[in-house]
Design a protein around this ligand. Structure first.
Ligand code: ADP
Ligand code: MG
Length: 248
């Protein structure tokens, strides 16, 4: 079963008098365990798509199913709970809390899980900081860490809640090439070892090429799907009508 399903999703924003079509009838099914890149030029709708998958924005039309559950018509509390237990976010600007240390940033989303004892929380924080190679930096605040290290903290924070899906909106855009590739390799490694589904957006071809699945969007439309094979990308090109069911 698809971990994320998007059925005929459109998103319109009003910008003054003008209507902006950020997404137009996007239909997509994402299988668990994929390492999927959402590629497209600036303004094509990548962030809108990720925000809708992550339930931090709602579609103007169409349905979103996360782990088999239709998320429309849920109360804000239900959505927040679903999000907290299913989805992790990694942002272009890291979005760490500046007054908290690395370990406190990773612990923060765990505080809402009443079932976790203090000791269990501490153990999880230690485990995930260790996974991203930052055990030694647990007590450092974000301003005492490099960009790459901050993004590693954000990855640990996204994983610590045992997210099934990690959404990363241009996670390497504020990093130099070498550091960005290291972050992608770390994400890929976790994807392969833990089976966590990663969906990341990028307009960088090198970053895109580290994915094993590709969704290309342009002007709010899904224009191509790609699957990586030993021989390179196999693209399922051109627009598909929404009655088809592209699985990627
Ligand atoms: P990308 O992430 O690919 O750069 P976005 O999803 O941010 O693209 O934006 C897609 C389109 O929707 C753009 O034209 C953008 O200006 C518009 N848009 C995004 N968010 C809003 C908003 N909150 N209000 C109005 N327009 C928006
Ligand atoms: Mg964006």
């Amino acid at each position: 079963m698809a971990i994320v399903r998007i059925d005929n999703v459109s998103k319109r924003y009003m910008l003054g008098e003008q209507e902006v079509h950020a997404l137009r009838e996007v239909t997509l099914a994402i299988e668990p365990g994929v390492f999927l890149a959402v590629a497209g030029p600036s303004g094509s709708g990548k962030s809108t798509l990720l925000n809708i998958i992550g339930c931090i924005d709602t579609p103007s039309a169409g349905a979103v199913l996360i782990d088999g559950r239709d998320v429309s018509g849920r109360t804000p509390d239900e959505l927040a709970d679903l999000r907290a237990r299913t989805i992790g976010f990694i942002f272009q600007t890291f979005n760490l809390l500046p007054v908290l240390s690395a370990e406190e940033n990773v612990e923060f989303p765990l505080l809402q899980f009443r079932e976790l004892s203090r000791a269990e929380r501490a153990e999880r924080v230690r485990h995930y900081l260790d996974m991203v190679g930052l055990a030694r930096f647990a007590g450092h605040r974000p301003n005492q860490l490099s960009g790459g290290q901050r993004q590693r903290v954000a990855i640990a924070r996204a994983l610590a809640t045992h997210s099934k899906v990690v959404l990363a909106d241009e996670p390497t855009a504020n990093l130099d090439r070498h550091t960005g590739e290291g972050i992608l390799r770390l994400m890929k490694d976790i994807n392969q070892k833990a089976g966590t589904t990663f969906i990341f957006s990028t307009h960088d071809k090198r970053v895109m090429n580290m994915a094993d699945r590709l969704v290309r969007i342009d002007d709010g439309r899904l224009v191509a799907l790609g699957v990586r094979t030993d021989g390179g990308w196999v693209m399922v090109n051109e627009r598909r009508s929404s009655d088809e069911d592209p699985e990627i």
